[in-house]
Design a protein around this ligand. Structure first.
Ligand SMILES: Nc1nc2c(ncn2[C@@H]2O[C@H](COP(=O)(O)OP(=O)(O)OP(=O)(O)O)[C@@H](O)[C@H]2O)c(=O)[nH]1
Length: 322
């Protein structure tokens, strides 16, 4: 019997809100004829990202929520990969989207050390998205530094929103952290030739060298935490847009990332609510499922934030609405 070729794996990493899901969406659209499996790992308890992946077959997506695969849910990760291959016999490519605060080291390592994974997969490379607007405030984070250090391709994203001085600073810092990775600059993570980087498992030697560097250590997450708030009913869209902007700007130092799905009055499409470092964006998703309970779900990731306080803010706002 012919030996089955190993499935190439690409790890997509990058700090909170840098553009990972946007990039993967572009990639899936450009490679619609390739059978791609997708692992979505979210730090929060609910997966918003898998719902933001456009027109993709749910059987090819695995959600691993409520923890980071680089530490707490590692066994689940290895078994999930094996299960995905069992279920999808003809898988041609695997993409893993890490959480924004993942240390990619322990995610890369099993592909060289776990015999079950080594038999099935071959690592193509790690791609790191960097948010050029919020970089200066984020770079102190150990996780982001490691994401940059361990990557083979760095996508400097949101360049249209950053001025030249900022961009020069970001480029310099990136090259100080990683001299070997290729650097490309994008808006909305659009990379024409993205598939070229994914489909060639060419850089394994580089990986092994990087993994042997002395900085490599146990994963560590500064003191990030995440929580979800849920409430029912419809929201007035113009009023919410205004209030959400205000809310995200006053908490921008503590709340790095907000993402959620809400139901707007007189709009059959789900509202997708996002904020990265206080920069907000509200867009329309798919038509809400009439058979699912009508619920608004919003996930927060940050440092030193109180769920009680945020819930109170939302309650006050909702009371004003009615
Ligand atoms: N202005 C601007 N916004 C962008 C760009 N790229 C992505 N975004 C927005 O930034 C937000 C975060 O993008 P995502 O692709 O969800 O980022 P992510 O890295 O997957 O986020 P997490 O998984 O939560 O860490 C969304 O509102 C995107 O629409 C860009 O180039 N410019």
């Amino acid at each position: 019997m012919p030996v089955k070729p190993k499935i190439p794996v690409t790890i997509v990493t990058g700090f909170l809100g840098s553009g990972k899901t946007t990039f993967i969406n572009n990639l899936l659209l450009q490679n619609y004829d390739v059978k791609i499996g997708l692992i979505e790992n979210e730090f929060g308890e609910v997966s918003i990202d898998s719902k933001l992946i456009a027109n993709y077959q749910p059987e090819n997506i695995i959600e691993l929520n409520n923890g980071c695969i680089c530490c707490s849910i590692f066994n689940e990760f290895s078994l999930a990969l094996q299960e995905l291959v069992k279920k999808n016999d003809h898988l041609e490519q695997l993409i893993i989207e890490t959480t924004g605060i993942a240390d990619p080291g322990p995610i890369i390592e099993p592909f060289f050390q776990d015999p079950d994974l080594e038999r099935l997969f071959e690592l193509s490379g790690t791609i790191c998205l960097v948010d050029s607007v919020n970089f200066q405030e984020e770079i102190g984070n150990f996780e982001q530094q490691k994401q940059i250090m361990l990557s083979d391709l760095i996508i400097l994203n949101k360049v249209g929103d950053a001025d030249e001085t900022k961009l020069a600073y970001v480029r310099k810092k990136i090259s100080a952290l990683n001299r070997t990775a290729q650097l490309v600059e994008t808006n909305f993570a659009f990379l024409d030739s993205a598939h070229l980087y994914m489909l060639q498992p060419q850089i394994q030697d580089e990986f092994i060298k990087k993994l042997r560097r002395p900085f490599y250590s146990e994963p560590e997450h500064s003191d990030f935490h995440s929580f979800t708030i849920r409430f029912s009913g419809y929201i007035n869209e113009p009023r919410f847009r205004e209030w959400f902007k205000y809310f995200a700007s006053i908490y921008r130092k503590q709340i790095f990332r907000i993402k959620g799905m809400v139901n707007f009055e007189n709009n059959p499409l789900t509202g997708i609510v996002q904020s990265v470092g206080g920069m907000t964006n509200i867009s329309e998703g798919s038509v809400a499922n009439p058979y699912e309970p009508l619920e608004n779900v919003i996930v927060f990731i940050g440092k030193g934030i109180s769920k009680f306080e945020i819930e109170k803010m939302f309650q006050q706002y909702l009371l004003q609405e009615n």
